[in-house]
Design a protein around this ligand. Sequence first.
Ligand SMILES: *Cc1c(COP(=O)(O)O)cnc(C)c1O
Ligand code: SF4
Length: 370
Amino acid sequence: MRRRWPQVPARQWNDWRWQLAHQVRGASELDRFVHLTQDERLACSEKDPAFGWAISPYYASLIDPDDPTDPVRRQAIPTGAELVPHPEESADPLAEDEHSPVKAITHRYPDRAVLYATGTCAMYCRHCNRRRKVGSPASSPSGAELKAALTYLRAHSEIRDVIVSGGDPLSLPDARLIALLSDLRAVPHLEIVRIATRYPATLPQRITGTLASRLRALAPLYVNTQFNHLKECTPEAARALDRLADAGCVLGNQMVLLRGINEDPQMVKAMNRWLLLHRCRPYYIFQCDPALGTAHFRTPIESGLEILRALIGWTSGLAVPHYVVDLPGGGGKVPLVPEYLISHQGHSWMFRNYAGRQFTYVEGAPAKRR
Ligand SMILES: *Cc1c(COP(=O)(O)O)cnc(C)c1O
Ligand code: SF4
């Protein structure tokens, strides 16, 4: 509800720097435009640094002020449930800090690595699996640490794909972001440079025409974003995706499956169709990681499978992402697919199709020589 900031001229509202400088950070400020529950108000005043929160005015404007179950609101406003740890949880559920040869890098897979460019974001997602380290000044790598990360990447020619993440790399000013991406581009074995950012969903005004044209010069760039709900799919978000796609970026979406927020297969189908309209391919649905204080966000695995069953066959294959569990302890991502195979015997395989009808496929056996 933009009308909650009526005094702000459009020129400022549409300026991402204004938005970042005016992030909502206090319970009393939030109280002015959201009718906070007692639980939310208490949680917003919590001093634990692992609990930090801030919301861009743009993202806050999408919040339903009267509905504590609103999907945007639940992603942005803390609740007391975050203070309740569960035995399966840990601060670093994916053991990213263990697989970290230098501070700003996680290198887990054979041919790709993650680079942490900054620890700040436009909005601190309550479900964030890096909540242990985003939001605090100490979480952003120093110049020396970034330099060490580049040195590591240059020295490891088996890495051909680097994911620039954070925090959110688009929190960096253009000049620093472009300098970093250019340094990566200059490493011959880094064939793929990806940017992982939530800005198209949480502060789409960040994707200025100037930024887009600077990114164009660094093509090919892959940009993975995180839309979790149709409510985030606004005209501003559409413009951000269109600008990135026009600049030649290859867009993908990484949705995090969240209890009571996006467990709805029909909503996910509609969101994925909207993403495709804006040239963003649904890439992953993540099972929510067991980060400390996120049990209230985690769904049964069955919810993810149910979403896939509602997508596969029923809509464009382009709108069907991989559903993955990132294995706690650093096992990496594994895909989950609904079961379509009923049985197989010899060369004969019996399947159930997307609509539940049965079909048999017989493998071609090589002809026997006489
Ligand atoms: C997810 C992830 C990647 C990228 O995985 P893809 O399946 O290639 O998208 C790379 N490194 C780490 C540590 C990751 O968690
Ligand atoms: S934008 Fe990404 S890094 Fe930042 S809080 Fe959200 S999930 Fe975490």
